[in-house]
Write a protein that binds this ligand. Structure first.
Ligand code: TXA
Ligand code: MG
Length: 334
């Protein structure tokens, strides 16, 4: 269901409309540079509860709190030296920190899932920051999709997810980054990446001058209930490491497909448009990240039974791309 009038241009009047909705305890879907978010006033527990209900999200899974700037978030989270150095380098931008929660912060317990820690970030998208600044309070926002499904990278994806269950989406173009923020836990002795993203361990190491650990949870036995959650899954089955394409498959390509063959004859280069998407013909990982969720969504709507996915190198932002692909493929095994 695509109702155009539910997508609002981010004019001053519409930003005010979003702020009024947040003040009234309603949800607002808005653009960020990573993916579109579904926001509530982070101190309004009733409003935050609506996020969990609408997304069908387990309440054990905490939300990221978004600030208009670091100052706003300093009222809620305890920033240490490492957090300050990283914020100076990467904020506003696609990096979230897990920090200790301040006592009596006023943040809803649902946002933190009752933990003594809080996930925070300052998004780079102007519309997101304008809304939060005008509200004058932080906004708790997960990605604006049904729990476990692909994150939305365009306003119309949000409508595809929720239809008229939300009153409107603020438009902000196609998300630049296309993958959710990197999550860095700074409450542990050694900083740990909990979710890889466009800002890589190497980027972070250069600022902190210390080793950053990252456990690839997609290849480990899950240790916590949160890690069991279905994630980033299209409806169709994914077949990873594809070097050819079966009769009933669409193809998510990366790099050149000039010499790739289909199993039952014919060349991939002659595929109709609805059967193939190329994340980046030039092999650019940032370009691939930006298109990943959008192309998975589009191939999910193609008439083919499943999606063959070519390998993407596991380096730099490719680590985050592989994380999402492996979770998507794994979600369907269970
Ligand atoms: O790019 C993003 O981060 C997007 C946009 C909207 O900002 N948001 C997003 O939110 O991806 P969500 O809810 O889909 O993912 C938040 C992740 C979850 O995996 C959650 O478990 C983790 O952050 N998280 C939040 N607070 C945490 C905490 N206190 N400790 C550990 N993990 C936390
Ligand atoms: Mg999400």
């Amino acid at each position: 269901m695509l109702t155009k009038h539910m997508i609002l241009e981010p004019t001053d009047i519409n930003i005010q409309k979003a702020v009024a909705a947040l003040r009234a305890g309603q949800l607002v879907a808005f653009p960020t540079e990573t993916v579109y978010g579904l926001g509530a006033h982070a101190c309004d527990g009733v409003a935050v509860a609506k996020i969990f209900a609408l997304k069908n999200r387990p309440q054990i899974n905490p939300l990221i709190t978004h600030g208009a700037d670091q100052d706003m978030l300093e009222d809620y989270a305890i920033f240490d030296e490492r957090a300050r150095a990283l914020a100076a380098q990467f904020w506003p931008g696609p990096l979230s920190f897990i920090l200790r929660l301040k006592e009596k912060s006023g943040i809803s317990d649902l946002v933190t899932a009752g933990l003594p820690t809080i996930g925070v970030r300052v998004p780079a998208h102007k519309v997101a920051r304008d809304v939060i600044a005008a509200l004058g309070a932080p906004v708790a926002a997960p990605s604006a999709n049904i729990s476990g499904r692909l994150s939305p990278t365009a306003a119309h994806h949000v409508i595809e997810e929720f239809g008229d269950k939300i009153s409107f989406v603020l438009a902000g173009g196609v998300a630049d980054v296309g993958l959710e923020s990197t999550i860095l836990d700074l409450t542990t002795h050694a900083p740990t990446i909990l979710r890889p993203g466009a800002i890589t361990a190497t980027d972070i190491e250069l600022v902190l001058n210390e080793k950053i650990s990252y456990e690839d949870h997609t290849t480990l036995t899950p240790k916590s209930p949160g890690q069991l959650l279905r994630h980033y899954a299209p409806r169709k089955k994914l077949r990873l490491h594809a070097v050819d394409v079966d009769e009933n498959e669409a193809l998510l390509a990366f790099g050149s497909t000039r010499f790739m063959a289909a199993r039952h004859g014919g060349a991939v280069k002659n595929f109709p448009h609805d059967r193939i998407r190329n994340l980046s013909e030039a092999g650019d990982l940032y370009e691939a990240a930006a298109y990943l969720f959008r192309y998975l969504r589009e191939l999910d709507q193609s008439p083919y039974q499943s999606i063959a996915v070519m390998d993407v190198p596991k380096k730099g932002v490719g680590i985050a791309i592989n994380d999402r692909l492996q979770r998507a493929a794994k979600a369907q095994e269970s």
